[in-house]
Structures are given as structure tokens and as C-alpha cells.
Design a protein around this ligand. Structure first.
Ligand SMILES: Cc1cc2nc3c(=O)[nH]c(=O)nc-3n(C[C@H](O)[C@H](O)[C@H](O)COP(=O)(O)OP(=O)(O)OC[C@H]3O[C@@H](n4cnc5c(N)ncnc54)[C@H](O)[C@@H]3O)c2cc1C
Length: 382
């Protein structure tokens, strides 16, 4: 361990002050240090179980900034954490007494509808890219939560509303711009650095820092989706699973067994009671959707049925943003559910950590964020 790592973040940044100043003057982006007005907000993670205090947070603007910070960390023997959406439940996108390379300013989006491709900055969230693609009736299949970063999601494989129709997010990944540990900026695809391209398709964040992703776009002229809330009984749950197995590939259903959130479309009497909260996503016309959805609707009188034709962003992402905090602690049927022990902590074999003093709302601290500091509008406005 480097001797600087044994002391606090503030002491370390003071000890490195001259070198940090030189680094800051080279960057297009900005360094946020302990004691700076923005430090507490910049270091906060959506999952409040983590309280890492980095030496500084580098709000980078481009790949050259990333390469400079990587070089600085290597020369000073410092640990690096990379942050896109910040949703790592294990707190991997920050580092106690290390450096955070914060990609949230990398919001570039270049949509080519002719070629059916998009270059997306790795600071974008699934919701931000999907909202922009809605305008063109195009889609990339991301996960079920708008505020999750495309960075961590794509590097982990990515599964969500379009998975049964289009496969994983990495099935749409065509190329990437990546900064390696040696500070090189590489373009990778099937023919350029093919091994590295293979590794980042599901291998996680350990192969370099991706600054831009290029995805293949799929046309989505028709979409039907939204929440379907059903009573939570064993029979209805079993019926739902059977209906999902028999459903056409156009339909992806993500089901959570969770306490009913206090949402205006749910009767007050059931708030807090266990319900089956399903997000339905059908990639096709309203006529064929009705047929595919009928087996789910016939399981019971729905407590709420907001499954409607319309754009994907508005019908699924905007709505999940509103209950994301509660769904986090719910039992994801496609997640790590063990019937005997309940939800698992994916970082260990133990149960999920208890919510801290801020409750389980990952957006709680962010609501105080000033415009421009954190641009996840879904979270701050929910
Ligand atoms: C509420 C919630 C819902 C979720 N739903 C789904 C889902 O439906 N489908 C699904 O597949 N997954 C889902 N996930 C898991 C999610 O995809 C992963 O947690 C993902 O890693 C989060 O990405 P992020 O960019 O937001 O997180 P971060 O915390 O920013 O990053 C996660 C990890 O990836 C690394 N990393 C991030 N960006 C880069 C980059 N550009 N270059 C190199 N390394 C990088 C980080 O260092 C960190 O180790 C969900 C997670 C949460 C919390």
C-alpha cells in the first residue's frame, strides 16, 4: 500500500497539492477536492450504504482527460474508481482515499438514423439515451431503471425490457472508445483490438475506461408498455411465471414482489401491502399486444393496469424512475432471490444491507443537487 493511502483523503490531497494543481490545469474538466463546496455532492453515491471519501473526483470531459488522470494515478500509486451512473450496489464507483474518474459529464450523443447506429457518451443513463431514441422510433435494449448508467450496465452485459426481442445490451454493441491502464486511447471493435472488444462485452469494468459506446439501433415503430399491478398470491405468481414462459419474444415482463409504493394510481388502502408489480414491455402493435397481454390480465382483477401504447421512455422508464428506490429492495424474479432467505447482497453471500438514516431512497441526497452538477433529471424530479 502506498504510504499516502494510510492517511485521510484531505491530508493526501494536501500532500499532493502541487501535482494535483498541475493536473487540474491540464484538464478540460474539473477536479473536486475535499473542502470544495461541491465535494459532498460529487462524492455521494445513489446507494447510501457507502461513504467513500476520495482524494479527489475528476469530472472529466473527454478521453484525453481520462488518460491524464490515469497517468497521474499510476505515477502516484493511487487507486482509481470509475463512475458512470454510480449504481454499483457494492460501491465500486468510488474509492476511499483513491481517485474517482467521474464520467457523468460525458453526455455526447450522435444518432445516425440512416446507418442505424448511435455513439453514446458513457456518462449517459439508460433513460437519457432511450428518451432521445424515442424521437426516432429507435431503441437500444438497456435495463429496467432509467437512472442506471449505460457504462456499468453495458460492461456487465445488460438485460432489460427488450431482452427477449433483441438479446442483451452487448448484442447491440458495435464499438467503443477506451482508455487503457497505460493511458492509451483506443478504438475497439470486431477488427480493432478484438480481444479487448470481446472482454468489455460482459467482462465488467476492469479492462479499461470506456468513454464512448457505439450501438446498433433497432427500429421500434410500435411499443406497448407500463405497469401491471396484481394481488400477491402464490397462484397468481405461478400463473404469471407460466404466462411469461409462454409469451411471444416481443413481450418482456419484469416482475417484482414488493410493497405497493404510494403512487397515485394505486388505491391508498393497499399502499405498503405486498403486491405483484410487473413492468410489461411489448415491442409491437397494440392489436398483437392485446393478445399477448391477455393471459396476464386474466390472472386477477388488476390493482392497476397502465399498460398502454406509446413511447418506451414515457411508458416504462419514466414510471420505473418513480418507484426505483422501492423496487431496489424488492425480490427481482430475474435477480438473486432465494425463497428461504429473501433478497441477497450481490457483494457477499449475506442479506441486503439495511437502509441507512436516509432510508432506502437512492435519490434522497440528489434532490438537493444544483442544476448541472448532477443531470439525472429523472431522479431529481421524481
Ligand atoms: C435499481 C437498479 C436496477 C438495475 N436493473 C438492471 C437491469 O434491469 N438490467 C441489468 O442488466 N442490470 C441492472 N442493474 C445492474 C446495473 O446494470 C449494474 O449495477 C451496473 O454496473 C450499474 O452501472 P452504472 O454505470 O450505473 O454504475 P457505476 O457504479 O457507475 O459502475 C458500475 C461498475 O462498472 C464500472 N464502470 C462504470 N462505467 C464504466 C466505464 N465507462 N468504463 C469502465 N468501467 C466502468 C465501475 O467502475 C463500477 O465498477 C440494476 C442496478 C440497480 C441499482
Amino acid at each position: 500500500m502506498n504510504v499516502l493511502m494510510r492517511v485521510g483523503a484531505a491530508e493526501t490531497s494536501r500532500a499532493l497539492a502541487p501535482a494535483i494543481e498541475v493536473l487540474g490545469s491540464r484538464l478540460a474538466g474539473q477536479l473536486v477536492l475535499p473542502g470544495d463546496e461541491d465535494y459532498e455532492i460529487a462524492r455521494a453515491l445513489p446507494h447510501l450504504n457507502w461513504d467513500h471519501k476520495p482524494i479527489f473526483i475528476a469530472l472529466v470531459r473527454d478521453a484525453a482527460d481520462v488518460a491524464d488522470v490515469v497517468d497521474f494515478a499510476r505515477r502516484n500509486g493511487l487507486e482509481i474508481a470509475v463512475r458512470s451512473g454510480g449504481h454499483s450496489v457494492c460501491g465500486h464507483s468510488s474509492a476511499d482515499r483513491g481517485i474517482v474518474i467521474d464520467l457523468r459529464e460525458l453526455k455526447g450523443l450522435d444518432i445516425d438514423t440512416e446507418a442505424r447506429t448511435v455513439w453514446a457518451g458513457s456518462g449517459l443513463t439508460a433513460g437519457e439515451v432511450s428518451r432521445a431514441l424515442d424521437e426516432h422510433q429507435m431503441v437500444v435494449g438497456f435495463g429496467d431503471t432509467a437512472s442506471v448508467g449505460i457504462g456499468g450496465l453495458t460492461l456487465g452485459g445488460g438485460m432489460g425490457y427488450m431482452s427477449r426481442r433483441l438479446g442483451l445490451t452487448i448484442d447491440a454493441l458495435l464499438a467503443a472508445e477506451i482508455v487503457t491502464a497505460s493511458g492509451d486511447i483506443l478504438f475497439v471493435d470486431e477488427t480493432h483490438e478484438p480481444d479487448l472488444f470481446w472482454a468489455i462485452r460482459g467482462g465488467g469494468g476492469n479492462f479499461g475506461i470506456v468513454t464512448r459506446f457505439m450501438y446498433r439501433l433497432h427500429p421500434l415503430p410500435d411499443f406497448v408498455g407500463g405497469p401491471l399491478v396484481l394481488p400477491a398470491t402464490a397462484e397468481i405468481l405461478a400463473g404469471f411465471v407460466n404466462a411469461a414462459k409462454a409469451a411471444p419474444d416481443e413481450l418482456t415482463a419484469i416482475l417484482m414482489v414488493m410493497p405497493a409504493p404510494p403512487m397515485p394510481f394505486l388505491p391508498e388502502a393497499i399502499h405498503g401491502q405486498t403486491v405483484l408489480f410487473a413492468m410489461m414491455a411489448y415491442a409491437g402493435s397494440p392489436e398483437t399486444a392485446a393478445h399477448a397481454l391477455a393471459p396476464f390480465r386474466s390472472l386477477a382483477m388488476p390493482l392497476a393496469d397502465l399498460v398502454r401504447p406509446g413511447p418506451l421512455f414515457e411508458h416504462v422508464y419514466a414510471r420505473t424512475a418513480r418507484h426505483a428506490s422501492r423496487s431496489f429492495s424488492a425480490l427481482h424474479l430475474h435477480g438473486q432471490h432465494d425463497a428461504r432467505t429473501g433478497p441477497r447482497d450481490p457483494c457477499s453471500s449475506g442479506p441486503l444491507p439495511r437502509p441507512n438514516a436516509h432510508g432506502s431512497d437512492p435519490c434522497a441526497r440528489r434532490r438537493g443537487v444544483r442544476p448541472g452538477q448532477h443531470r439525472d433529471r429523472l431522479c431529481s424530479s421524481s
